[in-house]
Design a protein around this ligand. Structure first.
Ligand SMILES: [Zn+2]
Length: 275
């Protein structure tokens, strides 16, 4: 089937108190591993790509590979730009066949975030592409967490018309130094204030029990990047150690690594699908 947008899978997921896993892929192997996991679980999945990969042809090539894979499958798959920083990036993603985008104005003032997001919403919706934006701030590399509020969520969604809203309730990007504690009460208030699907960034390392509570509040998309990519690197390193000087062709080398990632992605998909 053709690629779908958020609107074909996320509102339904929110209604049924499930979340769809969104994995950041960066090469053929991570894409294949994640796609296989979704097929085996017979579950929708979101394949997402950092905006950095739009600096050259990588994002467009990953897009083309994803479309090809999905063509012969009956699993709904969204191809999504993660953390787009400008309207220009949104246009680039749409031109490359992405069916969904994120515009990230979370480091701007609230008013500027609304202005930038509104412009991006017009562009995305003009091409039948779904769009996610973020309020509060989920930090990268140890920065300060800036929590989202229900009143901001309500105003932001009303003024911008986004399809999905990323909120900050205690997660961060990257690995955690100590186990994070999600502010579930805050998530619940936001979930009551807005009825669109809510997105949680920084899913790596958050215990599934906490994620399940967030899903109860309306979280319908959970992003996993760090753990999956780290698993790829550690997997390659461990194969290298195991095989020593022996030459093994690359495609065969990556096979066991891909299999590990598939198992990990399947477990995440399953955890987000059950209550
Ligand atoms: Zn993120």
């Amino acid at each position: 089937m053709p690629l779908v947008t958020f609107n074909e899978i996320l509102p339904q997921a929110r209604k049924e108190k499930r979340a769809v896993a969104a994995f950041n892929v960066a090469n053929l192997e991570t894409l294949l591993a994640v796609f296989k996991a979704a097929e085996e679980e017979k579950s929708p999945v979101i394949i997402q790509v950092y905006q950095r990969l739009f600096n050259d042809e990588r994002a467009a090539l990953i897009g083309a590979m994803t479309r090809k894979l999905v063509e012969k499958s009956d699993i709904p798959v969204v191809l999504h730009l993660d953390h787009g920083s400008s309207a220009n990036l949104v246009k680039k993603a749409i031109a490359a066949g992405y069916t969904s985008v994120m515009i990230d104005g979370s480091q701007l003032s609230f008013a500027d975030n609304i202005a930038m997001t509104s412009e991006a919403v017009k562009i995305a919706h003009g091409s039948n592409v779904s769009i996610e934006a973020e309020i509060g701030h989920v930090p990268f590399g140890g920065g300060e967490i800036e929590l989202s509020t229900a009143s901001e969520a309500l105003e932001f969604v009303a003024k911008t018309g986004v399809d999905a809203l990323a909120i900050s309730i205690g997660t961060a990007h990257g690995f955690y130094k100590k186990e994070p504690v999600l502010d579930i009460e805050r998530a619940s208030k936001i979930g009551k204030a807005v009825n669109i699907p809510i997105v949680l960034h920084g899913g790596t390392g958050v215990p599934d029990e906490q994620l399940k509570k967030a899903i109860e509040c309306g979280v319908a998309k959970i992003n996993i990047a760090t753990e999956l990519q780290n698993m790829f690197l550690r997997g390659v390193a461990s194969e290298l150690e195991k095989n020593g000087e022996k030459f093994i062709p690359l495609d065969l080398y990556f096979k066991p690594v891909e299999e590990k990632i598939t198992q990990y992605a399947r477990a995440k998909i399953r955890a987000f699908n059950t209550k």
